[in-house]
Design a protein around this ligand. Structure first.
Ligand code: IMP
Ligand code: MG
Length: 422
């Protein structure tokens, strides 16, 4: 398999975890390069459901190496919980997991700040998962962050962490939040550090050695294009680069060693949290929630739902350099008589081709829809492209045409077998 970056082309939850799991069969190394445990990747194997937050989905396949790169922000206690949860279910987590020594740590004060700042925002809230992601990346940019490498030197780590708790307690108090108990935080972090120490390494060096020996790599994007800190619907975004470039800076693998970018798109659109959503359609959300679909894997929140938006996904294809697309959750539309696809936006009486940068402008855009006939038939059992009803085939082909990409995968259910390769 060529070295591939997999990105979400919408607002996250495109079904990336499942596609990664499917493709990992062909890759040797799976790399996470950004985000933290705000992500939730759901994978179903033989009726067993796994939800992963920090560990790359490749962990569920034997003889694959998983790397948590330098661009990730990592909550040690949460990661230990994830490792132990997998081990309890018989999944091996040993030398098959490597953690970058340059990845920044998410500490309890980051989570406390995330929650407190969000509640002070009132109606202007972002809808953060409150996993401390934004404050941790802010500390990284402010050059006051702690890194996984610090966990290798417990005495120094204790000193650094104590200083950071002291400063953050002042900030927490000034924001009206309860200060943290330093002793308790130090104790729990040192316990987690002991579990994580054997996994910590210079992963950039590891990846370059792997490239030299022609190992193939899959970069597992978390969140989606429009949650990108630079290209997303700012400020309703996460704090990392979720677009393809983030895979390089977040791992130390240079751009020219990447062969392909695969974009994952849901057959409709969802978004969790606040922010503009041009094609939002509550009746579609009601139907999908009624089918037991579209509840967040990390927070359990009901996701906002809407029609497929070809304006934003075409832009996502440009931003990421998407060569191929995987369309997921097609089966979610099985019962519909008609399906809308947004082909343009109207803003102040003008038709526009690309989403405006400003979130208030984007919120004022009105969708221009193309109506397509539904197929009113279950697609769950389709195994080849020709098994899909003709209207379903026409629909996914239309998506590829409108986004100017090549369709290579269609997913019609959570199981590995429910994946059609074109
Ligand atoms: P944060 O990254 O937890 O601070 O959340 C910022 C915004 O990104 C919120 O709207 C979240 O709902 C959204 N978000 C963060 N991670 C994910 C994800 O993995 N899937 C979907 N939305 C996410
Ligand atoms: Mg998710």
């Amino acid at each position: 398999m060529p070295n591939t970056i997999l990105v979400g082309a919408q607002w996250g939850d495109e079904g990336k975890g499942k596609i990664i799991d499917f493709l990992t069969d062909e890759a040797q190394i799976v790399v996470r390069s950004q985000g933290g445990n705000n992500a939730g990747h759901t994978i179903v194997i033989g009726g067993d459901k796994y939800v992963l937050h920090l560990i790359p989905s490749g962990i569920l396949r034997k003889s694959k190496i998983c790397v948590i790169g330098n661009g990730v922000v990592l909550d040690p206690v949460s990661l230990v919980g994830e490792i132990e949860g997998l081990r309890k279910r018989g999944v091996k987590v040993e030398k098959n997991l490597l953690i970058s020594d340059a990845a920044h740590l998410v500490m309890p004060y980051h989570c406390a700040l995330d929650g407190q700042r969000e509640s002070l925002k009132g109606s202007k809230k972002i809808g953060t998962t409150k996993r401390g992601i934004g404050p941790a990346y802010a500390d990284k940019a402010s050059r006051v962050g702690l890194r996984t490498g610090d966990l290798l030197r417990p005495d120094l780590f204790k000193k650094k962490l104590s200083r950071r708790i002291k400063e953050n307690n002042v900030i927490l108090k000034s924001l009206g939040a309860k200060p943290l108990n330093a002793k308790k935080v130090l104790e729990e972090q040192l316990v987690a550090a002991a579990v994580l120490r054997p996994f910590i390494a210079n992963t950039a060096v590891f990846l370059h050695r792997a490239l030299a020996s022609k190992k193939s790599m899959l970069f597992e994007g978390a969140q989606g294009t429009f949650l990108d800190i630079d290209h997303g619907t700012y400020p309703f975004v996460t704090s990392s680069n979720t677009t393809a470039g983030g895979a390089c800076t977040g791992s130390g693998v240079p751009p020219h060693r990447i062969d392909s970018v695969l974009g994952v798109m849901k057959a409709y659109t969802t978004r969790v949290g606040e922010g503009p959503f041009v094609t939002e359609e509550d009746s579609l959300g009601d139907m999908l929630h009624g089918m037991g679909r579209e509840f967040g894997a990390t927070t359990g929140r009901a996701r906002r739902c809407g029609w497929f938006d070809a304006v934003s996904t075409r832009y996502a294809a440009l931003l990421n350099g998407i060569d191929e697309i995987a369309i997921t959750n097609l089966d979610g539309l099985d019962n519909l008589e008609v399906i809308q696809v947004c082909v343009a936006y109207k803003l102040d009486g003008k038709t526009i081709e690309f989403p405006p940068t400003d979130s208030d402008d984007l919120a004022r855009c009105k969708p221009v829809y193309l109506e397509m006939p539904g197929w009113m038939k279950s697609t769950e059992k389709a195994r080849k492209f020709t098994d899909l009803p003709p209207n379903a085939r026409a629909y996914v082909k239309k998506i590829a045409e409108l986004t100017e990409t090549k369709l290579t995968i269609v997913s019609i259910g959570p199981a590995r077998a429910q994946t059609i390769r074109l």
